[in-house]
Design a protein around this ligand. Structure first.
Ligand SMILES: C[S@@+](CC[C@H](N)C(=O)[O-])C[C@H]1O[C@@H](n2cnc3c(N)ncnc32)[C@H](O)[C@@H]1O
Length: 299
């Protein structure tokens, strides 16, 4: 089986869930949109499986969009620059990562961001209230090796080049021209990662803005799938979306909680996938036999 390349090691990437989410998505799409792209794991999956004619990705974080342009259009140059930055680190220079971080916060250079994502704690980007990248380096690892990064960048470029348009900005701007023959996959930050002092993403998305946007998509008749809330054991992440939207909610098994396993408990993490009307029904026969979907709630 050919491996799908993943050059951006983003915490929260849908890389592992992609085949399961993808099994719920219709084929024969004109344009596929991923307006909360991050590492664009679902678009890489979709392009690999050829499920649409064109692809549009976007993110509110401009250096992430710039990074995708660099990966797709200038793969060799991007891989070379990553190698240069990665090679610059040494065990005797504790301040190197912080200097790259300061430079990124000043210049917002996309390959500096790639190095920071690859090297920071849990590959988990964090931003201060003022919008500066604030996550610390992981002292136990060096970040993805440049040889592996080069392979991932070159393969991702081959997969996406001439098929993908990269946009930058708010999700509603990225999908402004979507039509009913298109499909939108959304993985927005949920309320739990939007509020607070150290935010997970540079921009959050208040639930009411998400709901307004979903209502607009429903009125425009554009099919979509949305990854949103979830739960681990008894703990839930965000309230479910309101019934009034008429969406189908699937609970996908996203793995086991390592924290709970450490404490001797076995807890599953379930993630919601909401499907717009029409998709859930079209997939009904398939879904009832699909594994490992644990529950299917029509809401
Ligand atoms: C949960 S992550 C998406 C991860 C992605 N599914 C992946 O596989 O890597 C959410 C992304 O949405 C972006 N974002 C946050 N608010 C946004 C907004 N209002 N419009 C567009 N993108 C936004 C963040 O910068 C972040 O990259």
């Amino acid at each position: 089986m050919i491996k799908i390349p993943h050059p951006i090691p983003y915490q929260g990437s849908k890389r592992n869930l992609a085949p399961l989410i993808g099994s719920q998505i219709p084929r024969g799409i004109d344009t596929w949109y991923e307006p909360f792209a991050g590492s664009a794991a679902m678009t890489l999956w979709a392009a690999h499986n050829g499920i649409a004619k064109h692809y549009i990705i976007g993110d509110i974080l401009a250096p992430i969009s710039d990074l995708w342009v660099a990966i797709i259009e200038r793969p060799q140059e991007t891989a070379y620059r990553y190698r240069e930055i990665w090679n610059g680190q040494s065990s005797s220079d504790d301040g190197y990562y912080n200097r790259v971080r300061d430079r990124y916060n000043c210049n917002k250079h996309p390959v500096d961001l790639l190095y920071l994502i690859a090297r920071c704690v849990k590959n988990a980007i964090r931003f201060s209230k003022g919008g500066s990248f604030s996550q610390s380096r992981d002292k136990r690892r060096l970040g993805m090796h440049p040889d592996r990064m080069e392979r991932a960048i070159v393969c991702a470029s081959m997969l996406l080049r001439d098929k993908v348009e990269v946009r930058q900005g708010d999700w509603m701007k990225t999908i402004h021209d979507a039509e009913s023959s298109d499909f939108i996959y959304m993985d927005p930050p949920y309320a739990g990662t939007t509020l607070g002092r150290d935010k997970r993403y540079a921009e959050g998305l208040p639930p009411e803005r998400l709901l307004d946007g979903l209502r607009e998509l429903l009125n425009r008749g554009i099919p979509f799938a949305l990854s949103y809330d979830g739960m681990t054991g008894e703990k839930t992440y965000g309230p479910p979306l309101p019934d009034s939207l008429g969406l189908t909610r699937l609970l996908l098994q996203a793995g086991r909680s390592s924290q709970a396993t450490l404490s001797g408990r076995s807890e599953r993490t379930l993630e919601s996938l909401y499907l717009s009307p029409g998709i859930g029904e079209a997939n009904e026969g398939f879904m009832s036999s699909a594994q490992p979907i644990q529950e299917r709630l029509a809401i």
